[in-house]
Design a protein around this ligand. Structure first.
Ligand SMILES: Cc1cc2nc3c(=O)[nH]c(=O)nc-3n(C[C@H](O)[C@H](O)[C@H](O)COP(=O)(O)OP(=O)(O)OC[C@H]3O[C@@H](n4cnc5c(N)ncnc54)[C@H](O)[C@@H]3O)c2cc1C
Length: 437
């Protein structure tokens, strides 16, 4: 058996894992050593330890990269679970179909997108990825294969969507795409002076635009707390000539000895970026530029240096969401930590299909933080307390450190979910949040 070092996107944890692979969707579940465990692995785009299993093995799915069926009349596509969202879009956009939900990178697999029930900038309109999955096959270590859909084995469907790879391995999935005229989008950027203005703008933006998302200057304080840029977009209704997919144009060729993200670079970037656009700008933009801006820089995660970085993504629900978000932003600005990537978005009312799905109606805030050790841990402690007080929760796909109590409080259905875990599957994340205080 092969063993290799794996890391996730945040590069905080690097650990050797035994490696198994599925060469085809027809392969049997691997026979793992007695007493060991295995975790399906997609493309490692989760930030923390939810895609790692250091004391056990990983089950690679990258060879499951075949399309099975695509009906260009109905927009139903069936493919193996290791197919990347980028590959689906490359095939279907020229034929007038788009994925209904995409995260901020197209370099994730279909299996990974289901297992984290990922959300996009259009959550307020269409819900999360799992809302558009028609069915999939779940392969268990017992060798059973179940077709799961909202109607067939619905309880296994609910456990596996957002199920963090713990219920078995998804071998293929069938998705419903949505029609588009072409690859272009109409994007408008509006500057807002503080959090109150963001909330006012969102009311209107969410009703007229399919996609809305805001960048926040995480260092601003006082009357400027939460100032930023709101982007709202719709797919263009007329087709325009496509341009070649950009994939990677530039890249970070090495890991610098220290993080390039520090207080000085952050202050400079945030000030320049906030003041850059004119008050209101409208652009005709290729979908890749709007939906996956970071995909143009290969290995951008290396900017954070050898110690890596954490992302903190929470959602705070209901009436108190704006006040709680203000408190979170105050704590972050006071600490003078954070990074260029600070994103705020309103989740809509759609019910997510997974038992452990992250989205819930309210505000979601996501920030990257260079791994600076103790001072960051102190800040995270403060943020955790604010999130818990507001009945919010953190996103496992982005997490590498949340305390067990916060997970169990944010996901009270975790014990019900645990009944569906495949006895051969485990992850570093799951052991941490269910066994630690
Ligand atoms: C730049 C960037 C932007 C992002 N933006 C967003 C965003 O806007 N919204 C959002 O929701 N997420 C976002 N993410 C997170 C990312 O979408 C998720 O972590 C996604 O699940 C990663 O997919 P992956 O294929 O890399 O899977 P991995 O990270 O390898 O694995 C993720 C989980 O899926 C499980 N899994 C993988 N394949 C299978 C399978 N075949 N069967 C069963 N389980 C499987 C794994 O066990 C693991 O639990 C972003 C990530 C990056 C790097």
């Amino acid at each position: 058996m092969i063993s290799r070092t794996f890391s996730s996107w945040g590069s905080v944890v690097r650990a050797r894992h035994a490696v198994y692979s599925l060469a085809s969707r027809h392969d049997a579940f691997p026979r793992i050593s007695p007493g060991s465990t295995v975790l399906p692995y997609g493309n490692g785009r989760s930030y923390g330890d939810s895609c790692l299993n250091p004391d056990g093995a990983l089950l690679r799915t990258d060879a499951l990269d075949h399309f099975i069926r695509f009906d260009s009349d109905t927009g139903v596509i069936c493919c193996e679970a290791g197919v990347l969202l980028a590959d689906i879009l490359r095939l279907t956009v020229p034929r007038g179909w788009f994925l209904p939900v995409v995260p901020g990178t197209a370099h994730v697999t279909v299996g990974g997108a289901i297992a984290n029930d990922v959300h996009g900038k259009n959550h307020h309109r269409v819900g999360s990825f799992g809302n558009h999955v028609r069915r999939f096959e779940l392969l268990r270590s017992s060798a059973e294969r179940w077709i799961c859909s909202p109607d067939e084995h619905p309880e296994w469907f609910a456990a596996t969507v957002g199920g963090l790879g713990l219920t078995g391995v998804i071998t293929w999935a069938e998705l419903q795409l949505r029609p588009v005229a072409g690859a272009w989008m109409q994007v408008e950027t509006v500057r807002f002076a503080n959090l109150d203005e963001f909330c006012r703008l969102c009311e209107n933006a969410d009703s007229v635009s399919e996609y809305t998302v805001a960048w926040i200057d995480c260092l601003s304080r006082g009357r400027r707390l939460g100032r930023g840029l709101l982007q709202q977009a719709n797919h263009s209704t007329h087709s325009a000539p496509d341009v070649p997919a950009h994939d990677y144009r530039i890249g970070m060729p090495f890991v610098p000895p220290l993080s390039v993200v520090n207080r000085a670079t952050l202050q400079l970037f945030n000030t320049l970026y906030y003041h850059r656009p004119r008050w209101r700008t409208r652009r005709h933009t290729h979908f890749q530029q709007f939906l996956f801006p970071l995909d143009r820089i290969a290995h951008w995660n290396r900017l954070y240096g050898p110690r890596g970085f954490y992302q903190y993504q929470c959602v705070v629900p209901g009436e108190r969401a704006a006040d709680a978000t203000a408190s979170l932003l105050q704590a972050i600005a006071r600490s003078r930590q954070g990074s260029f990537l600070a994103v705020l978005k309103r989740f809509g009312a759609a019910t997510s299909p997974g038992l452990l799905s992250f989205p819930q109606q309210g505000l979601t805030l996501a920030l990257d933080f260079p791994n600076s050790g103790e001072s960051l841990e102190r800040l995270f402690g403060e943020l955790d307390a604010l999130v818990a007080q507001a009945d919010g929760r953190l996103y496992p796909a982005k997490d590498g450190r949340m305390p067990g109590w916060l997970f169990r409080r944010g996901y009270p259905q975790w014990q019900e979910f645990a009944r569906y875990i495949d006895p051969a599957c485990s992850s570093s994340f799951w052991r941490r949040v269910t066994q630690e205080a």
